[in-house]
Design a protein around this ligand. Structure first.
Ligand code: KIV
Ligand code: NA
Length: 265
């Protein structure tokens, strides 16, 4: 395989080829996602919800993100691995932000970091980029700020927030970010943003006018039944499939039909 780089993604946008991105938090899942030809694997801080059962992304630590990211990196051959900087690891000051990003690069082998926010974290983004670490931005609904928003509803429906979002997108491009995620914003606004920058804009709940899409793998596989946002398309019912498998196993054990003579030594 030819490895995906931050440069290939910018080229894909220039050529009008859409970018497919999914999350992974572990070796086995990363192998499958990479093998399917997904361009970018995000080691998202959504691991806080999906892997650890927290209500928000805030509790996950830098050490935990590094553990997830290192596991993912061991599973991939082709995909670009982007790792979320978790809440608290970059907001205090640019030096701490750089230290956190360096730890991710050195200890996990990931290829880039992702950070939530625009102007507020400008100096931190600059410092990380200056160290040669590629940065993916993340605007719109930024879940690390959920207690500021108070709700997971669509962002930037009002002019003021839309104007700031457009300015932040231009800023991220100007600083040298190689791409950005736009989460849960009106499709029309997302399209405008994608057309205003030459770096790829990857949407989640941001419509079809952007340069690529990202979903949380466990959600698109239908592993949970409770999370039903409008933007989520399910490509499997793994909750149903896995429940069938577990029940089948349980019944076979209880009825003594597993193992058979052929399944023992
Ligand atoms: O953590 C995550 O999974 C994300 C994506 C939803 C973009 O940031
Ligand atoms: Na995230």
């Amino acid at each position: 395989y030819k490895r995906i780089t931050v440069k290939s993604l910018v080229e894909m946008k220039a050529n009008g080829e859409k970018i497919a991105m999914l999350t992974a938090y572990d070796y086995t899942m990363a192998q499958i996602v990479d093998g399917a030809g997904i361009d970018v694997i995000l080691v998202g801080d959504s691991a806080s919800n999906v892997m650890a059962g927290h209500e928000t992304t805030l509790p996950i630590t830098l050490d935990q993100m590094i553990y997830h990211a290192a596991s993912v990196v061991r599973g991939i051959e082709r995909s670009l691995v982007v790792v979320d900087l978790p809440f608290g690891s970059y907001q205090s000051d640019p030096k701490e932000a750089l230290r956190s990003a360096i730890r991710i690069m050195k200890e996990s082998g990931g290829h880039a970091v992702k950070m939530e926010g625009g102007k507020e974290i400008k100096e931190s983004i600059k410092r990380i980029l200056n160290a040669g670490i590629p940065v993916m931005g993340h605007l719109g609904l930024t879940p690390q700020s959920i207690y500021k928003f108070g709700t997971y509803t669509v962002r930037a429906k009002e002019d003021q927030e839309a104007i700031k979002l457009k300015e932040d997108a231009l800023l991220l491009e100007r600083l040298g970010c190689f791409a950005m995620v736009l989460e849960k914003v009106p499709a029309k606004l997302a399209k405008e943003v994608a057309e205003s920058v030459s770096i790829p804009v990857i949407g989640i709940g941001a419509g079809n006018g952007v340069d690529g899409q990202v979903l949380v793998t466990h959600d698109m596989l239908g592993m949970n039944h409770e999370f039903n946002p409008r933007f989520l398309r399910r490509y499997a019912d793994l909750h149903g499939e896995m429940t069938k498998a577990f029940e089948g196993y349980k019944n076979d054990v209880k009825s003594k039909s597993f193992p058979t003579d052929e399944e023992q030594y």
